[in-house]
Write a protein that binds this ligand. Structure first.
Ligand code: ATP
Length: 333
């Protein structure tokens, strides 16, 4: 598989800079997730890598080779979309071999490659079935298998799970990730779902307005968000942000505290009043209002005993407080 390198890559649609001077290394054999709100340019960047859009400025290198004059098909990248786009009238075997047949590979070679890929993906018992007789997860595996027989250098996933219900999505995240790890595939995966990014990625790239806000491992980004945007985008429920008197003891314009780092304490410094308590079965979320009107969300154990209107105070380990100045992460001193 292959490393993909972007150097100063920009793409403009009319007046709008969809991607703005992007520098990025997508390492060989790793799972890189592009995440960010709608319209931030993540799909555009994926399409630039695939060659489905032309780059206006900058360079794209795959395996060290500039792709400027390489058409999409010759890049040997596999795109996997939301809809699996399997041929419903064909068996799994025919679906898997289709691209090779169109490419006029010899029959014996098609049969051998289909066999190998089917084994890798545990589809060997399903080769004579048609897509209608497969589960969602099996269909997704056939879609990946169909790309795999062409021996791509990398996989590009464009929100492949957004049509699925929550349970199947969770299962498919796990399956795609396991496959990627077993096969050592280089993967780029676009999603607007931060939980998907956190659970699947080796490397997360957070985008906003056509620019990269931060690149790092999921834990890096969670523990040391580069700025308020990343801090608020990654993590659910969202990080709490406090300003004014609460922030000034820390010498910051804004401080951030994750919901799991607020501890209920009789003499806690954050005195507030409970607004609502959400019981989720394995935990409870307590929403409380500070005197300045800021709403805090605290992740508590399910057996928390408090109710709307009650006074509640929280303490926080100072080492868990994030400081931000002018929106950017600042050191704790
Ligand atoms: P989403 O999660 O909604 O798919 P995204 O982060 O993938 O969002 P892009 O699809 O890359 O965002 O779009 C980035 C910006 O470029 C958007 O403002 C979009 O409207 C614009 N854009 C994308 N494709 C085109 C196009 N072909 N012509 C004009 N504008 C475009």
């Amino acid at each position: 598989m292959s490393a993909i390198i972007l150097e100063g890559v920009s793409k403009r649609f009319g007046d709008h800079l969809a991607t703005d001077n992007i520098d990025l290394v997508i390492p060989d054999g790793q799972f890189t997730v592009f995440v960010g709100p709608s319209g931030c340019g993540k799909t555009t960047l994926l399409r630039l890598i695939a060659g489905l859009e032309d780059i206006d400025a900058g360079r794209l290198l795959i395996d060290g080779v500039d792709m400027a004059h390489t058409p999409p098909a010759a890049r040997r990248l596999a795109m996997v979309f939301q809809s699996y786009a399997l041929y419903p009238h064909m068996t799994v075997r025919a679906n898997l071999g289709f691209a090779l047949k169109v490419g006029r590979s010899p029959k014996s070679e098609i049969a051998a490659r289909v066999e190998t890929v089917a084994k890798m993906l545990s589809l060997d018992n399903l080769l004579d079935r048609k897509p209608a007789a497969l589960s969602g997860g099996q269909r997704q595996r056939v879609a990946i298998g169909r790309a795999l027989v062409r021996q791509p250098r990398a996989f590009l996933f464009d929100e492949p799970l957004s049509n699925l219900d929550a349970a199947l999505r969770g299962q498919m995240r796990f399956e795609i990730r396991r496959l990627q790890q077993d096969l050592g595939i280089t993967a780029v995966y676009v999603t607007h779902d931060q939980a998907e990014a956190m659970t699947m990625a080796d490397q997360i790239v957070v985008f906003r307005d056509g620019r990269i806000e931060q690149v790092g491992t999921p834990l890096d980004i969670y523990r040391r968000p580069a700025n308020i945007f990343v801090a608020g985008f990654i993590g659910s429920p969202q990080m709490n942000f406090l300003t004014g008197a609460y922030a000034s003891p820390y010498g910051a314009a804004t401080i951030g505290i994750r919901p799991e780092h607020l501890k209920i304490a009789t003499d806690g410094i954050l005195r507030s009043e409970v607004r609502t308590v959400e019981h989720l079965g394995n935990e409870a979320l307590v929403h409380a209002e500070l005197p300045d009107g800021t709403i805090l969300t605290a992740r508590c154990s399910e057996d928390v005993s408090t109710h709307t209107g009650e006074a509640i105070s929280f303490s926080v380990d100072p080492a868990r407080v994030h400081r931000f100045d002018q929106g950017e992460r600042a050191p704790i001193h």
